[in-house]
Design a protein around this ligand. Structure first.
Ligand code: TRP
Length: 333
């Protein structure tokens, strides 16, 4: 039997190159090696943004369009929306009953989120009961399909640990071996920083979207930080101190291109502006086919909705099978 993976992303709207390099590219490969379930975690979005739902539908659609354009194949992987699989909520209820309160309280990601929330003004500054349950809901996402592995970034590993603990506790309490203890599947990809050298993020306005046009991409790249100590374009440059542009070259260029850029920069034969113009071209070339595919889906949103609908139906069928077993194991009526 092929192993099964589950992974999700919150509906944050149009995704950026950080998502592409850090998550999606990995999924595109994994879908051929594992039976894959990829979903939009819209309930997880509600744990903090329950009062900002006006873009939720569109943002969900945008995320799925980026996945499809990037090569997640709905005939290979199961693509669904969390809230369209209500079985997850029932499993979440059962798992909530057996999870000790201090397990969720010590979840480091949750602690960080709580800290951020507390610094904000207004109604959102309270941690909701639902947010406290974030790690349990995430466990339900994973255990709903009895996954054996979960492709995630390093920041999510603590959550996977709780999931393993909950699965083990379930098996102990109900004297079963039903649930697998899913392993985190860490992706070893290069992290891309934002145009300002900080972590790339939508809210920092330092990102390049998968869906950005060639013009927008080129313009954004021109604003990328380079070697701050370099004053004139024929001064010798320092690629290793170049804060953003050379890092992007390292991610997107082949060895030969990288060497050329390095040599020309070090010899003062390549000004930063020219360098970034070329870099913009390179990135645009790389994303051209993805963007073309995305434009197709943008023009056919009904196709995307149909894919979500069919995927969610498929996911539900599997979830129902597992839930029947779980109800039996627990001893529900
Ligand atoms: N917590 C993840 C994030 O913020 C999203 C997520 C929710 C997830 N449920 C999951 C990831 C289950 C993997 C498996 O990115």
């Amino acid at each position: 039997m092929t192993e099964r993976i589950v992974s999700g992303m919150r509906p944050t709207g149009k995704l950026h190159l950080g998502h592409y390099l850090g998550v999606i590219q990995n999924w595109v490969e994994l879908q051929h090696k594992y039976e894959s379930f990829f979903f939009v975690a819209d309930w997880h979005a509600l744990t903090t943004k329950y009062d900002k739902t006006e873009n939720l539908k569109q943002d969900t659609l945008e995320v799925v369009m980026d996945w499809l354009a990037s090569g997640i194949d709905p005939n290979v992987a199961t693509i669904y929306v969390q809230s369209l699989v209500p079985e997850i909520a029932e499993l979440n209820t059962y798992l909530s009953m057996i999870t000790p309160q201090n397990w969720v309280e010590r979840d480091p990601t949750l602690k960080d989120m709580a800290k951020i929330l507390r610094t904000k003004e207004g109604t959102n500054s309270q941690i909701s009961y639902g947010l406290m349950g974030y790690p349990v809901l995430m466990s339900a996402d994973i255990m709903m399909f009895n996954a054996t592995a979960v492709p995630v970034g390093i920041d999510q590993v603590a959550h996977i640990e709780i999931t393993r603990d909950i699965a083990r506790r379930f098996n102990n309490i109900y004297k079963t071996e039903f649930f697998n203890e899913a392993k985190p599947l860490l992706n070893h990809c290069s992290l891309i920083c934002g145009l300002d050298g900080n972590k790339m993020g939508k809210s920092f306005q330092n990102d390049i979207k998968i869906s950005d046009s060639e013009e927008v991409t080129a313009k954004k790249i021109m604003s990328a930080i380079t070697d701050r100590s370099r004053m004139r374009k024929d001064d010798p440059g320092h690629p290793d101190e170049c804060q953003v542009a050379f890092k992007y070259w390292e991610i997107f260029a082949d060895e030969e291109q990288k060497n050329t850029v390095r040599c020309e920069c070090e010899k003062g034969q390549r000004g930063c502006a020219d360098c970034k113009r070329q870099l913009g071209k390179l990135i645009n070339e790389k994303f051209a086919p993805i963007r073309e595919k995305r434009r197709y889906y943008e023009a056919h949103p009904e196709e995307v909705r149909a894919i979500i609908e069919a995927g969610s139906q498929k996911a539900r069928k599997e979830a129902q099978k597992i839930l029947t077993e779980v109800r039996n194991i627990i001893g529900m009526y």
